[in-house]
Structures are given as structure tokens and as C-alpha cells.
Design a binder for this molecule. Structure first.
Ligand code: HEM
Length: 418
């Protein structure tokens, strides 16, 4: 293994300058697809498509694991960025490895497979219609609050086994944690709300121990790991936090960012309206183009060489799905939205053992919400002055608020589905 001077890149992914120009910056960083950045204590950066995929597939060498205080003194960073934001519960699906990770995915699969997702479809459609009904006669809405936030949130509540009426507080907390920086009133308010949510999650978990239902919480409290022990309360919170966080704000952002693009590209919008079959390949293209989950991190567990660079046990690494999804050696004209792009091997859902377990749900939610929008408010106009995008969150892209106006339509008057 050669131990020559590493290729270096120097950028501060938390700085506004990097954020504002991140597509150009990543294109520049990608010239050295594996390189070392000395900021924040030092970390490797994987930015080429092949390199990002290689890292994500090899979870033995590049682990996702997070352990707060490892008894062996080894420092794991987990997946949530360099530096890790303190005080957020660990993501105890994404940040575990080995038999417990396999067992968790096996438990979740029946709720996540395409057949399960098809069984949710009528509910998703009813929710989309109902939420649209609430605003369509007024000719305006704030799309995150009124539509793209609520629909995924209600489905997540139902699937997990939480009261659907609680959707608004969960949607607010996960949206605020992603959209605002620590120290802002919105972020701090969400921190306060978190403790009420944790209390509710543990109360429902306790109820299901005595009265199991057909939901994820019931299966989770039944699970046994290691030497046949149940999960602790902290582990239950970590698993549910990961699942609810994955389910709520991600598809919200994908749909809102897509609407923002369609508002600026009426030719694409007209094609999607006139050729509804295009929505399937367009879903993949908007997943690639928006790359809602922009970056994640890993810890190197043993010395390894990749792309001519030698990484050492204990090093941290950031991989950029965003950079990989714009790699021109894989995607022709990556900066253009080509709604019928084929093939489209994007990495928006990751790859390897931690590949997004909610990807079929995400596709279904996006498809249903987009059909509702394109069929009921096809002439929506985004109020660009009032629209705010996530700023300076290197892990997630999204829309904070996005007011719309449109020609008022008629409510269908369906009963509230939850
Ligand atoms: C646009 C929508 C979504 C995007 C872009 C997205 C992206 C991702 C990515 C990139 C990963 C890989 C993490 C890694 O390699 O460390 C992941 C994992 C995960 N996602 Fe998603 N996700 C989306 C929607 C969802 C939904 C709807 C759910 C739940 C219903 C969900 C739940 C999860 C979970 C639990 C994991 C961890 C899987 C594991 O580590 O085995 N995601 N997601």
C-alpha cells in the first residue's frame, strides 16, 4: 500500500460561499475523486461516482456505525456529517451494522416492499386529494405547510403506528431541524418539542407491548437482538427517529424542489401534463437532479487504498451523493433535467447495505403528489420573492417555505381519510 502525500481539497462545506456555488465546487472537487480536506479536524472526501459507490458498498471498511463512547476508545462519526451535530438522537437503522442492522431491515421489509407500498396507495391518494381540497378553492397555498409536508407525514404516522392526528408536530420538528440552523428560534422550538415526541413514542411502545397491532412499533418492541434481549428505550427512540426522519421531510423536499424547477421550465411541466407516462422516468431524474440527501459520512475501519489514495483506520470520510449524481463520466449533461433520461443509475437513495429502505414509498408519495398537482393546479406560480431554500445544511437540500398561487379549483369533498 503506497503512503504518498495525499491529494488535497480545501473547502468549508458549512460556509455560505460553498453552499451558494456547490454544484461548481463539487465539479472542481470531483477532479480528485478521493482527496483529503484538512478542515474540521481532517476528513476524506469521495466525490466521483465510482468512488462514492465503492465506499457505500463496502460497509466493513467504511462503516456507518455510530457509538457515542466506544469502550475501546475508537471514534466513530456515524453518517450525519462532519462535525456531527450534538443532541440529535443517533439514527439507529442507518448507524448500526452487522446482525442487528440485518434484523432491523428484515423486520421493516414487509412495510417497505413494493407490494406493501401498493397497499398504501389508496390512502396516499385520499390524503393528497383531501389536503388539496382544503386549499384549492382559495387559489393559494404555502406548499410545505399545506401539501408536500402533510401527505408524507400522515403516511409515516400510520405506517409506524402513531396517531395520524399528531402529524403536524412531527412534520414541524423534522422540517425545522433540517431547514434551520441551531440557535434559530425555529430550531430551538423543535428541540423543545422533541422531548414531548419522545415521551409519546415511548408511551405508544409501551401500549404495543401489551396490545400489539399491525404496525412497525409493535414489531420493533417484539424484536430480540444480541443474546435474545429486547431493544432498550433509547434504541427504540433511535430506530423510530431514523424512520420518521427518513419518511417525513425527504419526499417533501423532493416534491417542492421539483415544483420549483417546473415553475421555471414550463416546457417540462407541459410535457409531464400531456404525457403522464413520463412521470416514472421523471421521478428518477428529479431524484438525481435534486439529490435531496447531498452528503453523508463514514468511518474508515482499516487502512485501505482507493483511487490511489491511502486512508487509515480511524479516518473520517464524507461522500457526496450530489457530486456522484452530477459526474459527467456517467451522466451526459448532468446540469440539465432530461425527464426521459435512460439509463439513470443515480445514487440518490444510496447503494449497498444501507440503501434507502423507504425508496419505494418515496417514489409512490412523489408520484401521487405530482399527479395531484399537475391535474388540479397545473398553472401554479411560485412566489419567488417569498420562497426560501435550505441554506448551509450540507446533508440535506430542501425548501423552507414556498407560497404558490393558482387558478382556484373545486374541492372534491372527500371525507377526511385519517
Ligand atoms: C426523496 C426521498 C428520500 C431520499 C433522497 C432518501 C435518501 C436516502 C439515502 C441516500 C440513504 C442511504 C444512507 C446511507 O447510505 O448511509 C437512505 C437511507 C434510509 N432511508 Fe431514505 N431517502 C428518502 C426517503 C425515505 C423514506 C420515505 C423513508 C421511510 C419511510 C426513508 C427511510 C430511510 C431509512 C430508515 C434509511 C436507513 C437504511 C439503512 O441504513 O439500512 N427514506 N435514504
Amino acid at each position: 500500500m503506497s503512503d504518498k502525500t495525499p491529494a488535497t481539497v480545501d473547502f468549508d462545506h458549512h460556509s455560505p460561499e460553498f453552499f451558494e456555488n456547490r454544484h461548481e465546487k463539487w465539479a472542481d472537487v470531483r477532479k480528485c475523486p478521493i482527496a483529503h480536506n484538512s478542515q474540521y479536524g481532517g476528513f476524506w472526501v469521495a466525490s466521483g461516482y465510482e468512488e462514492v459507490a465503492a465506499v457505500a458498498r463496502d460497509s466493513a471498511t467504511f462503516t456507518s456505525k455510530y457509538v457515542a463512547d466506544d469502550p475501546d476508545g475508537f471514534e466513530y462519526i456515524g453518517i450525519m456529517g462532519v462535525p456531527r451535530i450534538p443532541g440529535i438522537p443517533p439514527a439507529l437503522i442507518a448507524e448500526v451494522e452487522g446482525p442487528t442492522h440485518v434484523a432491523l431491515r428484515r423486520m421493516l421489509n414487509p412495510f417497505m416492499l413494493p407490494s406493501a407500498v401498493e397497499s398504501y396507495r389508496p390512502f396516499i391518494e385520499a390524503c393528497a386529494t383531501w389536503f388539496m381540497d382544503q386549499v384549492i378553492e382559495s387559489g393559494s397555498m404555502e406548499v410545505i405547510r399545506d401539501f408536500t409536508g402533510p401527505v408524507p407525514a400522515v403516511l409515516t404516522m400510520k405506517m409506524v403506528g402513531l396517531p395520524c392526528e399528531s402529524w403536524a408536530s412531527y412534520a414541524e420538528v423534522f422540517h425545522s431541524v433540517n431547514a434551520y440552523k441551531p440557535g434559530t428560534p425555529e430550531f430551538d422550538r423543535s428541540r423543545t418539542m422533541m422531548s414531548d415526541m419522545i415521551t409519546e413514542l415511548l408511551r405508544v411502545a409501551e401500549e404495543r407491548r401489551h396490545d400489539p397491532k399491525d404496525d412497525i412499533i409493535s414489531r420493533l418492541v417484539e424484536m430480540r437482538v444480541d443474546d435474545n434481549r429486547p431493544f432498550s428505550d433509547a434504541e427504540i427512540i433511535g430506530v423510530l427517529w431514523n424512520l420518521i426522519g427518513g419518511g417525513i421531510d425527504t419526499t417533501t423536499s423532493l416534491t417542492a424542489l421539483t415544483m420549483s424547477h417546473l415553475d421555471e421550465h414550463h416546457d417540462v411541466r407541459d410535457r409531464l401534463i400531456n404525457e403522464p407516462d413520463l412521470l416514472a422516468p421523471a421521478t428518477e431524474e428529479y431524484l438525481r437532479y435534486t439529490s435531496v440527501n447531498e452528503t453523508l459520512t463514514r468511518t474508515v475501519t482499516k487502512d485501505v487504498e482507493l483511487s490511489g489514495q491511502t486512508m487509515h483506520r480511524g479516518d473520517f470520510l464524507m461522500m457526496s451523493w450530489l457530486a456522484a449524481n452530477f459526474d459527467e463520466s456517467v451522466f451526459e449533461n448532468p446540469n440539465d433535467v432530461i425527464v426521459d433520461r435512460s439509463p439513470n443509475p443515480h445514487l440518490a437513495f444510496g447503494v449497498g447495505p444501507h440503501r434507502c429502505i423507504g425508496m419505494h414509498i418515496a417514489r409512490a408519495l412523489f408520484g401521487v403528489m405530482m399527479r395531484e398537482i399537475l391535474s388540479r393546479i397545473p398553472d401554479f406560480i411560485v412566489d419567488r420573492e417569498a420562497t426560501k431554500f435550505y441554506r448551509g445544511n450540507p446533508e440535506l437540500a430542501g425548501v423552507v417555505v414556498m407560497p404558490l398561487s393558482f387558478t382556484p379549483g373545486t374541492a372534491r369533498g372527500i371525507p377526511r381519510p385519517f
